[in-house]
Design a binder for this molecule. Structure first.
Ligand code: SF4
Length: 95
C-alpha cells in the first residue's frame, strides 16, 4: 500500500509538470479580474471596457498560437486559459 501511494504521488507530480491545470473561474485571482472561460459570459455591467471581439486567443499575453484551444497566461501563472476566454487584463495582440 505504501509503495502504491508513493508511485501514485510521483505520477501526480509528473502529470502536473507535463500539463498545467486549467484556470477555474472560482480562482480568487480569476474572480478579481473577471475571467470567464466563455467570453460571452463576461459581466458587461462590471467590465464595461469588454468588447465581443476580445478573446484570450487575441490577447498579447496568450502564450500559444491563436488556434490553440488553451494556452498558459502569465497573468495566471502556471494555469491554462481558454482561447474563447477573457479577463480584464486583456491587451490586443500585436499584429
Ligand atoms: Fe486571457 Fe489575456 Fe486575460 Fe490572459 S490576460 S486570461 S490571455 S484575456
Amino acid at each position: 500500500m505504501v509503495l502504491l501511494g508513493a508511485a501514485s504521488a510521483a505520477a501526480t507530480r509528473a502529470g502536473a509538470q507535463a500539463k498545467p491545470a486549467e484556470l477555474e473561474e472560482s480562482d480568487p485571482v480569476a474572480q478579481a479580474l473577471g475571467y470567464k472561460k466563455d467570453a460571452t459570459k463576461v459581466d458587461k455591467a462590471k467590465f464595461p471596457k469588454f468588447a465581443a471581439d476580445q478573446l484570450c486567443s487575441g490577447c498579447q499575453l496568450y502564450q500559444g498560437k491563436p488556434t490553440d484551444p488553451m494556452a498558459p497566461c502569465p497573468t495566471f501563472a502556471g494555469k491554462l486559459v481558454r482561447a474563447n476566454g477573457w479577463c480584464s487584463a486583456w491587451v490586443k495582440r500585436a499584429a
